[in-house]
Design a protein around this ligand. Sequence first.
Ligand code: GDP
Ligand code: MN
Length: 398
Amino acid sequence: MKIHEYQARDLLDQAGIAVPQGEMVTTVDAAVEAASKLLEASPPVLVVKAQVHAGGRGKAGFVKVVKTVEEVREAATFMLGNRMVSPQTPPEGLDVQRLLIAEGVDIEREIYLAITADRSRRTNTLIASAEGGVEIEQVAEARPEAILKVPMHPIDGLSPYQARDLAFALGLHGKQVRQFTDLALRLADLFVRTDASLAEINPLIITPASEANPDGRVMAIDAKFNFDDNALFRQKSIASCFDPTEEDPDEMRAKEAGLSFVALDGNIGCLVNGAGLAMSTMDIIKLHGGEPANFLDVGGDASQEAVTEAFRIILGESSVKGVLVNIFGGIMQCDRIARAIVAAAEEVGFDVPLVVRLEGTNVEAARAVLEQASARLPTMRTATDLADAARTVCAAVA
Ligand code: GDP
Ligand code: MN
């Protein structure tokens, strides 16, 4: 599960990590009001930031450093009125419904700092680079040696000496070292404590020297967190950060029905039971020159209603030009799928070709159900095996 930057900043703040103050707003008027309050409190600059579950906002014009309330109004009007398109969004971009109005800071240096699980090492790992900021992807590609990695101990976590070594490797000096070490240890603790799968601060900044802070201050001005869905049952406050408006509406509907659904770019809708079978169904469609429109695993014991909902979702996509049902009935009973096909035919109607391959538990009963309803299923063809099914559906949509 992903959360917004403003929520991530709250987590960092609660963990004792320095973050500039800010407020989340959903309208231009509220943005102006928040900006006036922040400007009264003194800082010379503010930053207006679109809150969407994707990065690359800076380059897309959805992070604006501004000085006046008028500029805030202009930036907020633009961001709330336009979709944000970046290399991390779908081509049509994302709708922006929330903004963060925050204190702006002067930046002396931008550093990259993240924690994620390194599956090959089987440990949580700190990833850092002295060249943080909006170009980090290019740095990682062109000069992988500029990316530093520090594995965390599975039980002891990050050790102070490791955090200190990293500070020196990043070229920090004086009081920056202590600040960075403290921040990295707090971030590592937060990561483990919240069952995060990604905690990324980019940029982690160092402010210019001032009288109060002759070596500058180390602060987080952007934050991205991901959490392990399987741990949300014990992370109630994290789970409450969930924002359904950032999710694909079809994926949300499927989730509510207990289905695993992922929308894809092709035109063959797939309804399959079991993740492994769903993967091989997609492979075999590709092998025969087709493109799957989705990954949909109805699981082992989905109710007839859930399976009917699955068909509603698939048939609701205008891009779907054919449907392949591939069921290997183990726990799932084939006749339940057959009844759901008939229910979907009555409710929504299969205007597109439907290819059905059923094997396993109650397959005879399933065939009888489909046979009986064949008048209502004029576009249905049954397949003898998986290859036949893939060939037939690919030919039907070609
Ligand atoms: P992202 O592009 O979605 O990762 O958004 P960020 O929050 O990382 O902002 C992108 C860039 O905008 C940062 O790397 C900074 O260079 C700049 N930026 C963001 N906030 C501030 C700020 O408060 N002051 C200044 N001077 N620059 C900022
Ligand atoms: Mn960033």
